[in-house]
Design a protein around this ligand. Structure first.
Ligand code: GCV
Length: 852
């Protein structure tokens, strides 16, 4: 059901409301109205609570008083006014003096303790922590939101609103929360020209044409979303950094962004280019031990802090994927990190040094080479050499955000170095926000994994927070890459990942189900059918995606050297990128054992290494990450590896199709805009899951020579290859890689104009769904039409952007016409009208009895 619009009621004119706050409230209502259900407000919609549920909140004071003053405290107050007014449908009012009656008092814990003498109020809290509770004072009852610092108060305010918006019982409010770790940062891979590396939701909200955008409204609203889940740092530019970002000309622009983030308790940070001393400093070197370079960094950092006194620090990618680094001068990563750390230290800034360092030109013929070893091999030996304000930022797995990886061994190997785990919210290898993939359960698997770094009880989440080895700082970094799409990430359901990242960074002990439920209630509604369906789908979405892409730890099996989206099984092999799965005629998987393989497993603690070294104790879902096995190797399920690959792909694609039907059933509970938008994405996903299924299965049946026990591969009922249809102006061409087209070929309308493919239906009369599998090229638009006899049953324009302009696994797309009446002898005709260079191409049609 669409969210009800908020009525501005008569009592808003109460004399206790100042003109300024009347304006604020009207703005709040207007903003809520304009963006209603576009996805813009994400989980901060604050829809009005009606009926019996509203009675639960009758005791919430409507008057709000700040104990203290600062930009962040004012944000906390204004957000609470906004949220309560909207949720409860009547204005909450800021007041400056207590008076009698019930009141919400918000402020620093120390201040609150001076005002309120109640044993329930805690005596201390950790940084950024808060306490929310009820007390009774001489003047009347009070609801207290107390923070250890200003940010803590803001987080307490959001926590209070979250509870109310999720319709939680707050009768016995007495909640103390403290974050698991001090670092809860977001990174962006935005380029100064406004493009985003691995961004799938439009252009940058920060940059355009080489500068910071003029209108920072989106940045402010993004900061609000981030603050609501406890994020306290934001790096706005790509780790493949442009040195200009710290040039003098850029500093005033950075200051504008910092000013926008500051009221939300978020520190600005930027990614830097290690060769900056040469690029923008006029030096002929960037050797970290050269005195001129040391002085360059000091001067630059001092200048930046003049413009942005509360800058959080820098992120640095060095000696990785072609970025320059200390190796140019035979220096170590510690030399590189420390020269910048020493410039930052007087300003309390930190440098996040990325552990993602590997050789992308590795010799693939050498069976002992292994990219997974790189992070540990590069950094383990430097433990103890980094300054106290260096934080090593380590990707969660040893490769690169694949659909399933073990925890990086580096987490357990550093005792004296601060560390932060890098998690990827933008779905680079996980369907790029065209597929639903809730990543929280995957992150949980790593965060909860016990590295046994100091006996048991050393889960990754405790290591990165610094607790295990008593380090002062550390935590969580998420690469989010939101863009200018109204709903931030392009897919409404993908926002569960941004939310989930923040919630886990605050409290990694939360369960995936809890996060999925909470997000669904806040984003859609708490109607049980809605929560069960959406949370259920979210929780199944990662295993589903894994099933139809790369199961058993083999890697995502996507096109490694292209856009990392559709299937491209062989792309990982025979090149230096090192994402090898080493499939051959007899077996599959990387042998990373100590006994016969690359020795990667020795990087884990002995207890963990013992589990992975043995074929029998390695969990099946990571089997091919650690071992090379024959296709006929039997899994715990009793199935062979090859049959598991076939079956999981059929199961995954079937489950993706099920998502469409499950979502359809929510139509009456969800606003039409978001229902339609998510439905279209799920329908697309179901079609693309079939592309994945068929590509992976055909390729493995070919390479292994082992047939599917159920005989499904290459025999889809009702499928008619385009190349076997009667073609007008189409030519038949090979698709590369071959496995991404059914029968390895497509009918291609290369000359432009209108091309047609005809098929005379000879089956039984009935009602059918007719799917057209075609390729969308990114260099223009093509118009498609599907007709039966003289009836046009479907027409559409293919103009999506998949980052590729040829027929392949990225661009293969399905469009289905439902409930089409067919009789023997009917002519089915697919017509495509193109404008060169965009050539339409058709893979096949599939005619199956309709189940709608
Ligand atoms: C920003 C992967 C991505 C790159 C990314 C890199 C990194 O290789 O494909 O786009 O670069 O990781 O994390 O530095």
């Amino acid at each position: 059901m669409a969210r009800s619009r908020i009525a501005v009621r008569g009592n808003l004119r109460s004399p206790s409301v100042s003109v300024a706050h009347l304006v604020l409230l009207l703005c709040v209502f207007r903003v809520a109205d304009v963006y209603a259900e576009s996805g813009y407000d994400a989980w901060l919609r604050y829809p009005r609570i009606d009926g019996a549920v509203r009675d639960r909140y009758a005791s919430i004071p409507r008057r709000l008083m700040l104990a203290g003053d600062s930009p962040v405290l004012r944000t906390a107050r204004d957000e609470t006014v906004r949220g309560l007014s909207s949720l409860l449908g009547e204005p909450a009012v800021p007041i400056t003096s207590r008076g009698s009656g019930s009141v919400i008092i918000m402020g620093l814990l120390d201040r609150i303790r001076m005002l309120v003498d109640d044993p329930g109020v805690p005596t201390q809290l950790r940084a950024d922590g808060f306490w929310i509770g009820r007390v009774v004072t001489r003047e009347g009852p009070a609801l207290i939101v107390a923070g250890q610092n200003d940010r803590g108060v803001l987080y307490g305010a959001f926590a209070l609103l979250r509870r109310i918006a999720a319709h939680a019982d707050i009768a016995q409010l007495n909640e103390r929360e403290e974050p698991a770790a001090p670092v809860r940062w977001i990174n962006h891979w935005d380029n100064l020209d406004g493009t985003i590396e691995r961004g799938y939701a439009g252009r940058s909200i920060f940059f355009d044409s080489g500068r910071v955008v003029d209108d920072l409204t989106r940045v402010r609203d993004y900061a609000r979303l981030l603050a609501s889940v406890g994020i306290n740092g934001l790096t706005i530019n790509n780790v493949n950094a442009n040195a200009q970002v710290i040039s003098d000309a850029f500093l005033p622009q950075l200051a504008r962004v910092a000013d926008t983030l500051r009221p939300w308790g978020i520190a600005l940070s930027v990614s830097i280019d290690f060769s900056s001393p040469m690029r923008i400093g006029g030096l002929d070197t960037f050797d970290p031990l050269d005195a001129r370079v040391i002085s360059f960094w000091k001067g630059r950092v001092d200048a930046i802090y003049k413009a942005v006194p509360d800058l959080g620090g820098f992120v640095l990618k060095a000696d990785s994927e072609g970025r320059l680094g200390p190796s140019a001068y035979g220096r170590t990563h510690a030399d590189a990190a420390n020269v910048i750390a020493r410039a930052l230290a007087p300003h309390n800034g930190a440098i996040f040094y990325r552990g993602f360092v590997y050789d992308h030109l590795m010799d693939w013929r050498n069976q002992k080479n292994d990219r997974a070893r790189a992070a540990y091999d590069n950094f383990r030996k430097l433990d103890g050499q980094f300054d106290a304000n260096v934080i090593l930022q380590i990707k969660h797995g040893p490769i690169d955000f694949q659909v399933r990886e073990p925890a990086s061994p580096l987490f357990g190997a550093l005792q004296k170095t601060n560390q932060a785990i890098e998690l990827q919210i933008t779905q680079e290898y996980l369907g790029q926000q065209r597929h639903v993939c809730f990543i929280v359960p995957m992150w949980k698997r790593v965060l909860d994994f016990d590295m046994q770094a100091k006996g048991t009880g050393t889960q990754v989440k405790s290591l990165v927070s610094g607790r295990v080895f008593g380090r002062r700082t550390g935590g969580f970094v998420g690469v989010s890459n939101v863009g200018r799409d109204t709903n931030w990430l392009g897919h409404d359901l993908a926002m569960s990942n941004l939310y989930g990242f923040g919630r886990l960074a605050w409290n990694p002990d939360l369960q995936s189900r809890q996060i999925a439920d909470e997000w669904t209630k806040l984003t859609f509604s708490d109607t049980p059918q809605v929560v069960d369906t959406i949370a259920g789908m979210l929780l199944e979405s990662w295993p589903t995606y894994e099933n139809y892409t790369g199961p058993l730890g083999a890697g995502t099996l996507t096109d490694i050297i292209g856009v990392h989206y559709g299937p491209g099984i062989e792309s990982s092999e025979r090149n230096g990128w090192g994402q090898w799965h080493r499939s051959n005629g007899t077996g599959i998987g990387m042998d990373r054992t100590v006994a016969t393989g690359t020795g990667f497993i020795s990087q884990y603690s002995p207890a963990v290494a013992a589990v992975y070294e043995s074929l029998t104790s390695t969990p099946d879902d990571l089997l091919l990450f650690f071992h090379h096995v024959p296709y006929t190797y039997k899994l715990r399920s009793g199935k062979t590896v090859i049959q598991h690959i076939y079956d999981s792909h059929y199961e995954g694609a079937q489950n993706a199709a099920g998502f469409v039907e499950r979502w359809r059933r929510l139509e009456k509970f969800i606003d039409p805009e978001r229902h339609a938008s998510v439905l279209a994405k799920l329908e697309y996903q179901a079609g693309h899951a079939i592309v994945w299924r068929d590509a992976v299965n055909s390729w493995f049946q070919w390479i292994s020579g082992v047939p599917d026990a159920m005989g499904r591969i290459g025999r889809s009922p009702g499928r008619v290859e385009a190349e076997s249809m009667t073609l007008e102006r189409f030519s038949t061409g090979a698709v590369i890689p071959w496995e991404t087209a059914s029968g390895a070929q497509a009918a291609i309308c290369s000359a432009g104009g209108t091309c047609a493919a005809r098929h005379r239906y000879q089956g039984t009369a009935g009602i059918y769904d007719i799917a057209v599998q075609y390729f969308v090229e990114s260099d223009g638009a093509a118009r498609y039409a599907l007709s039966v006899g003289s009836r046009q049953v479907e027409s559409w324009v293919a103009d999506a952007q998949f980052g590729s302009n040829t027929p392949n696994g990225h661009t293969s797309t399905r469009r289905t016409a439902h409930r089409v009446t067919l009789a023997p002898g009917d002519e089915i005709r697919v017509e495509v009208s193109t404008m060169p260079p965009d050539g339409g191409a058709v893979d096949y049609i599939e005619i199956v009895p309709s189940d709608r």
